[in-house]
Design a protein around this ligand. Structure first.
Ligand code: ARG
Length: 475
């Protein structure tokens, strides 16, 4: 029964955070004169020892329900019942655990944001090298219109940039303190919630004490955001897998990211991309599991919440591991731009441009032009003779030759690079447009880096100040 109820294994993720929460709480109890200085000093010196030396393994013994109980017990053992027994006033494990989860999660989230920025940085750098590298663009996985590798990579960069924004906005809702909510009804002790919140580096409170212990929406939104991010990761991996097949051969992944077959000596398999594609499923699983755990829970704390927590760490772990590898996998990939160029013009991929030319230079309505070119494609050629025949089928009195269409003009507009260069509207594949897009991406990445660095510094500073404050008290 004890083993069944225990959260010890997952509590390893939040044990360090628990010591910080204890320290902040004890400093607050002293400031509010709920505990005297002597008791405060004795508890703090035991807690600082755990902070400095590490939490004794005994605290994780399954005879304790969880690590919060384990740490408190050790404290009572070392400081004595009359002292150690005065730490847990004015709070409950319900607000304690919620606080610990938020502290650990915000730390993990920043690592995730750093990993995302790294991927974006690599995508932007690659795009910079390939603004002139033509390749086929696809819809329905059929050759559609030519584009460039830069354009394709920047599409992913934009998706990852939105993933960053989502996590960044989740961060603001995670970094609020539930501490002081106690079991759910707060406490009769004259506590100072703002003080503990600021000691722990939170930006504010989860004010309603029932909400504070009951909600895990901050975890759900993080897992939802990670799930969306993993859809983007998985799509990119899927493309890399397709591109590395011998049919397509657009890319060669570095050996470090591939493995061989135990029976077929010639094989080189894109395993890393495949595992990342599958890790997305694992993250969705963590999200689904957390979501479903919450949905039937009445207010306020229910033990079910304990089962939700490991999903946060699992989802975060798989997402982060994938993203950290993805940047190196992309950076070391070799793109075969000649092969891409060869394919760029296939499948009548510049037919749209020809239809547009019939509109722009020869005054045809777009639908008529689309019809004529479509018929010529069906006949298997976009030569002047075939186009002329197709035009006659569409309207007996239409003659493209009479309108001045020449074979030379056709060849010019069917050229892949001509078609790309024309598409210079913002966000298009023309080198002028992708160069501008790269500038914009770099600028946003810079802003995002500043936000992240600020948050990292704030976390580090508040942690440092908390410990200094505790040491000062003990001294
Ligand atoms: N270990 C629990 C959790 O992870 C926190 C303790 C609350 N336990 C309780 N019996 N109220 O959610």
């Amino acid at each position: 029964m004890m083993h069944f109820l225990s959260s010890m294994e997952a509590d390893r993720h939040i044990a360090d955070a628990d010591v910080l929460v204890d320290i902040a709480h004890v400093l607050m109890l002293n400031k509010q004169k709920i505990n005297d200085r002597k008791v405060t000093r004795d508890i703090l010196s035991a807690l600082l020892e755990m902070h400095d030396e590490g939490i004794p393994e005994e605290a994780f013994d399954e005879r304790f329900e969880d690590v919060h109980a384990g740490i408190e017990s050790l404290l009572i053992e070392s400081a004595g019942a009359d002292t150690g027994g005065r730490m847990h006033m004015g709070r409950s494990r319900n607000d304690e655990v919620a606080t610990c989860i938020r502290i650990k999660l915000r730390e993990e989230l920043l690592k995730q944001m750093v990993a995302l920025m790294k991927v974006r940085e690599v995508l932007i750098a690659l795009a910079g090298k390939h603004t002139e590298s033509a390749m086929p663009g696809f819809t329905h996985m059929q050759h559609a219109q030519p584009t460039t590798l830069a354009h394709h990579l920047l599409a992913y960069e934009q998706a990852f940039s939105r993933d960053f924004d989502r996590l960044n906005s989740a961060y603001a809702r995670i970094n609020l303190s539930p501490l002081g909510a106690a079991a759910f009804a707060s406490t009769g002790y004259p506590i100072d919630r703002d003080y503990t919140a600021s000691l722990l580096g939170f930006d504010g409170l989860v004010t309603n004490s029932m909400d504070a212990v009951a909600t895990r929406d901050f975890a759900l939104e993080t897992l939802a955001d990670l799930s969306i991010m993993m859809t983007n990761t998985s799509r990119l991996c899927e493309e890399l897998i397709i591109w590395s097949t011998s049919f397509v051969k657009f890319v060669t992944l570095d050996d470090a990211f591939c493995s061989t077959s135990s029976i077929m000596p010639q094989k080189k398999n894109p395993d890393s991309a495949e595992i990342m594609r599958a890790k997305s499923a694992s993250v969705f699983g963590a999200f689904t599991s957390a979501l479903v755990t919450i949905k039937g829970l009445p207010m306020s704390y229910n033990r079910d919440l304990q089962e939700l927590t490991p999903n946060i760490w699992r989802g975060m772990h798989d997402a982060k591991a994938s993203l950290f590898l993805l940047s190196d996998m992309l950076a070391s990939a070799e793109f075969d731009t000649k092969r891409m160029m060869d394919e760029a013009g296939k499948g009548f991929s510049t037919a749209t441009e020809l239809a547009d030319t019939l509109v722009r230079s020869f005054g045809l309505p777009f639908r008529t032009a689309h019809n004529i070119v479509g018929r010529a494609v069906q006949k298997g050629s976009l030569s002047l003779a075939i186009l002329e025949a197709a035009a006659h089928e569409v309207g007996p009195d239409i003659s493209l030759k009479k309108k001045g269409l020449t074979q030379k003009k056709i060849n010019e507009v069917l050229d892949v690079n001509y078609s790309i260069a024309l598409r210079k509207a913002p966000g298009g594949p023309a080198p002028s447009a992708t160069k501008q897009a790269i500038k914009d991406c770099k600028k946003k990445l810079g802003v995002d880096a500043t936000i992240t660095v600020k948050r990292l510094a704030h976390q580090a500073r508040s942690r440092e100040t908390l410990i200094i404050e505790a040491r000062r008290m003990v001294a």
